[in-house]
Structures are given as structure tokens and as C-alpha cells.
Design a protein around this ligand. Structure first.
Ligand SMILES: [Zn+2]
Length: 293
């Protein structure tokens, strides 16, 4: 059913409010970011291009069809309209899309570090894992292509060297997911500065998944147990969360005595410097000699 004029005016005011909050919280600078809402099965309400999200008025919003043709509004729709259109095409359940550049989450996106560790129960029950979509030139057709890989199975993702994207069953739920991503990124950063995160064990993650079902919190896809997640078209079909087996414990502690960063040795460190104590270095050399023998 299509919303009447009054309902559309209320949504225009909601977009203004969400834009104001994003700008006030530093999720966007200058004219960054964009917001859209699905009005019915053929129309979207969207922020216009080149306006600061902190100073919008309801009259500025554009109405477009699902192919991006402008139906109403004095201004042109957002420069990231193609990304929004792709999300609505891939996710019939999505009623709103929010894109911003919150600085800590974007820092993870720039460092190439996904927010996919099992750390906080409320993140696992609202978003699950937060992967990073491959880098794409903003405003081009590359960006929707990069987002396509993850959007069927995730309500939120980082965009490499760019920002973050969330979807929701209504505008405020999409916006709150953006808040959750930034909040989680800040907590993860602090935990890593303090030596790393204790992780929730796999059994606990499964328990949280069941609770999510019990409380009726919609999830676009389950968490994959085995890490295999790609469908035939290369799109992720489930969510990969880093949660080691707990062996009866609900938390798996950070290995003690290891410097921060040691946990990341499996990743590609390139030429980056790592620091090891003399004992750790000796242990590594001993291991290497043993594997030769
Ligand atoms: Zn952007």
C-alpha cells in the first residue's frame, strides 16, 4: 500500500532528523552520506546530492522510481543512488538504507579489518558479522557491484576505504545499525589497544542465534558454522563470524603474554614490523627447526 501525502511528509521529517543525528555524531562531514526510504513497490524517498546531512529540510528530498528516474523534487537525487537501488533490488525486505563515513568504523574499512569477531552479544543478535565490501570508486556502478556480494546476507557492512552501509525494516532501524557499527568499532579499537579481545565461544554464538530466533529479531542469513559462505553467483549466503570452539567455556581468552597484533600473524602483514620477545622469537625458531627435521 502506498503511503498518503501525510505519511510521506512524516518520512521526509524522519530523514531530516536522521541526517541531523549523523552529522551531530560526526558520522559525516560536509556533504557526505546519504539516506533513502522505500515508499512502495515502485518509489523511493531519498536525500538529494550535494547537501550537508546536518542542515536538510523536508522539502529537499527527491522521490525516484526503482530505476533511479526522478519523479518529484527540485534537486537531483544522491550521487550514491545506484548503490541504494541495488540494495532495494537485492533485498525486498529492506525499507531503508543509510550510508555514512563514521570515523572509527571507516578506519577499520581503511585498514582492511572486518568487524567479524564474536565479541558483543548485542552486535551478534542485531547485525551478526560486518564484512568489508571490496573497494569501488564512489558514485560509479562499481560500488553497487561490490555491495552485491554481501547485501543478501548482511544488514550492515564496511565499504573499503570509504565508509559503512546499513539497511533496515524502517529508517530508524537502519540508522541504529549504523550507530551499532560505529560503537562496536570503537569498542574493538580500545580492546585491541589493551591487548586484544576475549572472543565468545562458538557454542555461545549458537546460543545467541537461537535467542535471536526466540525474540523474533529478523536476520537476513544465519551464521555459517564452517566458514563456507558463497552462493553460486559469488554472493555470501551466510555470515562468517570468528568464534573459536570454547571447550565448555563461554569466553575464549586472548592468549596471554602475546603482544597485540600477534593474533593477526595469519593475515598478510607485508613489510610491517612486528615485535616479539626474545622468548617468543626463540620459540618460533625452535618450531621452524623442528618442522625441518
Ligand atoms: Zn560515501
Amino acid at each position: 500500500m502506498s503511503p498518503d501525502r501525510q505519511a510521506i511528509d512524516a518520512l521526509r521529517a524522519d530523514i531530516v532528523e536522521v541526517g541531523r543525528r549523523m552529522y551531530a555524531r560526526g558520522y559525516t562531514a560536509s556533504n557526505d552520506g546519504n539516506i533513502s526510504v522505500r515508499l512502495d513497490d515502485h518509489r523511493l524517498l531519498m536525500t538529494p546530492k550535494s547537501v550537508c546531512k546536518g542542515f536538510m529540510t523536508p522539502a529537499m528530498m527527491c522521490i525516484t522510481d526503482l530505476d533511479g528516474r526522478k519523479l518529484e523534487g527540485e534537486r537531483d537525487p544522491s550521487s550514491e543512488m545506484l548503490m541504494h537501488l541495488e540494495v532495494y533490488r537485492q533485498r525486498p525486505d529492506a525499507m531503508a538504507v543509510v550510508h555514512a563515513h563514521p570515523p572509527t568504523a571507516t578506519g577499520f574499512a581503511v585498514a582492511g579489518i572486518p568487524l567479524d569477531k564474536a565479541v558483543l552479544a548485542e552486535v551478534l543478535t542485531t547485525l551478526g558479522s560486518i564484512p568489508i565490501a571490496e573497494y569501488a570508486t564512489p558514485s560509479t556502478a562499481e560500488l553497487p557491484a561490490a555491495v552485491r556480494k554481501y547485501i543478501k546476507a548482511h544488514d550492515g557492512m564496511l565499504l573499503a576505504n570509504h565508509g559503512a552501509l546499513t539497511v533496515g525494516a524502517d529508517l530508524f532501524s537502519a540508522y541504529y545499525k549504523m550507530e551499532t557499527i560505529e560503537h562496536f568499532a570503537r569498542i574493538s579499537l580500545v580492546a585491541r589497544q589493551l591487548g586484544g579481545e576475549n572472543l565468545l565461544a562458538r557454542e555461545e554464538v549458537q546460543r545467541l542465534q537461537q535467542l535471536r530466533g526466540t525474540y523474533g529479531i529478523a536476520s537476513p542469513a544465519p551464521i555459517c558454522a564452517d566458514g563456507v559462505s558463497d552462493g553460486p553467483d559469488g554472493a555470501a549466503m551466510c555470515q562468517v563470524v570468528q568464534s573459536p570452539a570454547g571447550g565448555g567455556q563461554r569466553l575464549v581468552p586472548v592468549p596471554s603474554g602475546l603482544p597485540p597484533g600477534r593474533l593477526d600473524l595469519s593475515g598478510d602483514l607485508g613489510d610491517r614490523e612486528i615485535r616479539l620477545t626474545y622468548r617468543e622469537l626463540s620459540a618460533l625458531i625452535e618450531d621452524a627447526i623442528r618442522s625441518l627435521g
